[in-house]
Design a protein around this ligand. Structure first.
Ligand SMILES: Cc1ncc(COP(=O)(O)O)c(C=O)c1O
Ligand SMILES: [Zn+2]
Length: 422
């Protein structure tokens, strides 16, 4: 079945066949949405056909993906996705909420959400027989591309800003990618990667440029759908929710805007298929110092004005978001909004998530910091069912984690010293 039928430009609506373009709209550079043949998917599958599959990874959703199953089995590329959802009852109580869950994307093979996108792009690379895949990255997308590539022996090249946290650079190197550190920002690395890919004929994975990244990211929405189908009834009984309760509200941290766009695309695919009764509400969270998308949303425009980004959350530190228009729509079309948080609030969120056993990097904790703000300002109500994403592991940026908590005392190895301390 040829379920992948082409692309549609998110700006001008121009349609392209699968072989006509590779990255963006040739008319206006707009991000391309992958178009699937919903009729043939609907005719061939029912939700149960997918939900009864035993494979817990993102590949359980293969019928809704524009790639073929990658060759081989059991590698990190084959087990990406399928991340757990935890209940956070104590944090919920602290925020005056009846229910709160967290989907922990740090449990992906390379410890961030980005494995979803890279698994799909590497599979696409295999299909089009690309010799080299390249990406610009603040660290996580690169680690994910390097890891997924290493899993199946694909060559990968990563351009990252030289300021990327050490753990992320270590991952790139250990996965055997060719690593090029750029003396500049993520945005500089992005532009350089596009030029280099063009010059040397490499396949470019750049976020918000390659249309397949959003298709990988949408698998988180497909998993959220599956989880909520199951959890919804129980939640109803537990909190005694009324029939017209608010939809599931999903908090996502936002940099380039591709995760939030991908999640929106996943829900839209399900909605088109008639498999999703209620569109969840999506709330984007940006760092105050890197809020170009949030600014556009609140100014009610789709014109994204670049900022000079500065935040401790390196993964979402972006001057010019590359998927800004679709990211604005993800919230606008679902009744959501954008919330901005300070670095101090992000660090506080790392510490608070830690008290429920979740270890998040700054960008990962940003979504929770946004929820704290939204709960206090009434953007969400105490009855609303809320799911927060943690998009990356705290192990990715230990220096930032140490700033979130008081340091541990050092004592002499004597019982007296312990007594004095206590
Ligand atoms: C941990 C983490 N959270 C959030 C994001 C934001 O994703 P996007 O840039 O697609 O908005 C990233 C992107 O690098 C990330 O690595
Ligand atoms: Zn266009």
């Amino acid at each position: 079945m040829h379920k992948f039928v082409g692309y549609r430009c998110s700006l001008c609506g121009e349609q392209y066949s699968p072989t006509e373009v590779t990255y963006t709209c040739s008319k206006d550079g707009g991000n391309l949405d992958v178009v699937l043949d919903y009729d043939s998917i609907r005719n061939k599958y029912k939700p149960e056909d997918i939900l009864s599959r035993s494979d817990p990874s993102l590949w359980r959703f293969l019928p809704l993906l524009p790639v073929q199953e990658p060759s081989g089995t059991g590698t990190p590329l084959h087990i990406a996705g399928g991340t757990p959802v935890y209940a956070l009852p104590r944090l919920a109580a602290k925020l005056g909420l009846k229910s709160l869950w967290l989907k922990d994307e740090s449990r992906n093979p390379t410890a961030s959400f980005k494995d979803r996108a890279s698994a799909i792009v590497v599979s696409r690379a295999q299909e089009i027989k690309a010799e080299v895949v390249v990406t610009a990255s603040t660290g996580n997308a690169g680690a994910a591309l390097a890891g997924m590539s290493a899993a199946i022996g694909q060559k990968a090249i990563i351009f990252a800003p030289k300021s990327a946290p050490q753990a992320k650079v270590a991952q790139l190197l250990v996965f055997g990618a060719k690593v090029i550190l750029v003396d500049g920002t993520y945005d500089d690395a992005f532009d350089l990667t596009v030029k280099a890919a063009d010059e040397f004929g490499w396949y470019c994975r750049n976020t918000g440029y390659n249309p397949f990244t959003a298709e990988g990211k949408k698998t988180a929405a497909l998993e959220i759908w599956e989880w909520w189908e199951d959890a919804h009834e129980k939640w109803h009984e537990q909190v005694g929710a009324s029939e017209d309760h608010a939809p599931l509200t999903v908090f996502v941290s936002v940099g380039d805007g591709n995760i939030i766009s991908g999640i929106h695309k996943g829900f839209k695919d399900l909605y088109q298929l008639g498999w999703l009764p209620d569109m969840p509400r999506i709330i984007g969270v940006q760092a105050e110092g890197s809020a170009a998308i949030s600014n556009a949303f609140h100014e009610e425009t789709e014109t994204i004005v670049p900022v000079s980004a500065k935040t401790i959350a390196d993964s979402i530190s972006v001057d010019l978001p590359r998927d800004g228009v679709r990211a604005v729509r993800a919230t606008k079309e679902t009744g959501g909004t954008y919330v901005n948080v300070s670095d101090k609030e992000i660090l506080q969120a790392i510490a608070e998530l830690g008290t429920q056993g979740v270890f998040a990097e700054p960008a990962g904790a940003t979504a929770y910091a946004g929820l704290v703000k939204a709960a206090h300002s009434g953007v969400v109500g105490s009855e609303d069912p809320i799911l927060v994403l943690n998009t990356g592991s705290g192990l990715k940026d230990v220096r930032a984690a140490m700033q979130a908590v008081p340091s541990a005392p050092i004592i002499e190895p004597t019982l007296d010293a312990v007594k004095r301390l206590l």
